[in-house]
Design a protein around this ligand. Structure first.
Ligand code: FAD
Length: 501
């Protein structure tokens, strides 16, 4: 049987979400006659923040067949091996830890780390801080490239930092050159047909842009999914307090490490993201706990910009998700689908996963309610799985110096699944099994969950830790350390600031 002809897709919005979705759907369906039209209003513009990714962005470029040499220089991009969390924990020895992206060498070091955690959870004084156990952490700390020399065929997983405007522009040019139709228009209305499906986008001059499938990537406005179709938004405000951000770029100083820094602040945290041309900084905070002025002053002080003329930019965030990602003939993507604070830089990860899973679901099941419900369930679970991991940072961090941190630590609005993960950790149960049972091990690996708990020093109090008796496995850190040092030598050091410019 010949598969049905793919739909004519009309995407509203030309931010990163719109262009990523456009390129992926065009790539998948163009050869079978699928068409993609993207409508965006240059006057409204894009949000333009969002400078860090997970390895999913690499998977996307690989899928599209776009080489790093082609897109990275065009987007001021650098490599990212993971995220360093600093200042979140007050426990001595745990002031900072690295959350690495997983890679094949972890197969040889992760089991030891998990055994070390098991011993430390029982109160035995063994080295269970995550940093020395993972190749990505070692490479990031030493400022090495994620690309090994030819003798070593085991690259770690990695993502990128990039300029969000330039990434959108790159994908626009790439997509338009391959047949995506780009219409710079302001949409003032959404026309529905007699069944309530979307029939067309109506532009300022009255032009109607019709299609079979509409993708709402109009940002926090959610013009189609919420305004026209009345979709319900589920807020995560009870789980995640941060609802605002202030951003400022700074010039490079010091080494350019392949990592995002996430540094705890009075009422939130700030990111530090190295691009080739500048450093991106942003303070994500709770507007209930500090004012915009206080946030700006704290960010300027932390980045050495107190007396600088460089202006800051403020953003407010709608934290949560649409109840239905796919409603009638409309798919919501990017900020129109939902938003969680960028602590794990997961927004574009979700955009890519949503577009790919949607294309597959539509091909396999068409526009049927059962197919849509199954897809929506999967999308909701992804959101909530990632949210739980982010909430985990706030519950486990051990910082207590301001009302913001104390309220976070006392917050009882946790999902049952996150509570069950915490119970598993504290009752010394198998966390990998719990992750598989509760989340299908789909959103974060057992390694990531162990790093989260261990990285914040979530072990019995220091004065209750006792020497390791004979017969209890300490994970064998010395052997792992020697192996990682030998592996790291295969990865060349990154150029310094002067050379990347
Ligand atoms: C503080 C902050 C930090 C972030 N950090 C990260 C990060 O590190 N990593 C990450 O992956 N993500 C991050 N994000 C999220 C990321 O910025 C977004 O997911 C990403 O930029 C996609 O945005 P978007 O395309 O959905 O929306 P936008 O960029 O807002 O684009 C909306 C588009 O819709 C168009 N539009 C809207 N209304 C109309 C209309 N009526 N007619 C025509 N066009 C219209 C606009 O013109 C624009 O083109 C961050 C977000 C915030 C707020």
């Amino acid at each position: 049987m010949t598969p049905p002809r793919p739909p004519h897709v009309v995407i509203l919005g030309g931010g990163s979400a719109g262009w990523i979705t456009a390129c992926l759907l065009h790539h998948r369906w163009a050869a079978r006659g699928g068409r993609v039209t993207l409508v965006e209003s240059p006057e409204i513009g894009i949000i333009g923040v969002g400078e860090g990714s997970t390895p999913q962005l690499k998977a996307m470029f690989d899928l599209l067949g776009i080489a790093e040499a082609e897109w990275m220089p065009a987007c001021d991009a650098t490599w990212k091996l993971g995220i360093r969390f600093s200042g979140w924990s007050e426990r001595p020895g745990f002031e900072s830890y690295f959350h690495p992206f997983p890679g094949p060498i972890d197969l040889h070091s992760e089991p030891g780390f998990i055994r070390a955690c098991a011993a430390a959870r029982r109160g035995f004084a063994v080295p269970a801080h995550p940093d020395p156990w993972f190749l990505a952490s070692v490479l990031a700390g030493e400022g090495r490239s994620p690309h090994p020399g030819p003798q070593f065929p085991f690259a770690p997983g990695y993502g990128y930092h990039f300029d969000a405007y330039k990434l959108g522009a790159f994908l626009r040019d790439w997509g338009v050159a391959r047949g995506i139709v780009h219409l710079p228009r302001r949409v003032v209305d959404v026309a529905l047909d007699g069944r309530g499906d979307v029939a067309a986008l109506v532009c300022e001059d009255g032009e109607r842009i019709a299609g079979d499938l509409f993708v709402d990537c109009s940002g926090f406005r959610a013009v189609i999914a919420q305004q026209a179709l009345g979709g319900r938004f589920i807020s995560f405000a009870d789980n995640l307090f941060n609802d605002a951000a202030v951003v400022i770029p700074t010039p490079h100083s010091g080494p350019v490490l392949p990592q995002t820094d996430s540094i705890a602040m009075q009422a939130g945290w700030r990111w530090r993201i190295p691009l080739t041309t500048r450093v991106g900084n942003g303070y994500v905070y709770s507007s209930r706990h500090i004012s915009a002025d206080q946030a700006e002053t704290e960010l300027r002080a932390a980045t050495g910009m107190l007396d600088a003329a460089e202006p800051v930019r403020f953003l407010t965030m709608r934290v949560g998700r649409m109840e239905q990602t796919w409603e009638r003939n409309c798919l919501a993507g990017g900020l129109a689908q939902g938003f969680m604070e960028p602590l794990e830089a997961t927004a574009l990860h979700i955009v890519i996963a949503t577009a790919l899973e949607f294309a597959q679901a539509l091909e396999e099941g068409g526009f049927t309610p059962a197919n849509r419900d199954a897809f929506n369930q999967q999308a909701a679970e992804r959101y909530e799985g990632i949210r739980d991991y982010i909430v985990g940072h706030y519950r486990l961090n051990q910082r207590s110096d301001t009302p913001y941190w104390r309220e976070n630590a006392a917050n009882q609005h946790l999902s049952d699944r996150l509570k069950a993960m915490m119970t598993a950790w504290f009752s010394q149960a198998d966390l990998a099994q719990a992750n598989a049972r509760l989340y299908g091990a789909r959103y974060y690996s057992a390694m990531s969950w162990h790093c989260l708990f261990a990285g914040y020093g979530t072990f019995p109090a220091e004065d209750r830790m006792r020497p390791l008796p004979d017969g209890i496995d300490d994970g064998g850190l010395e052997r792992v350390r020697a192996m990682l040092v030998a592996c790291a030598g295969n990865f060349p050091p990154l150029p310094g600031v002067a050379q990347i410019r």
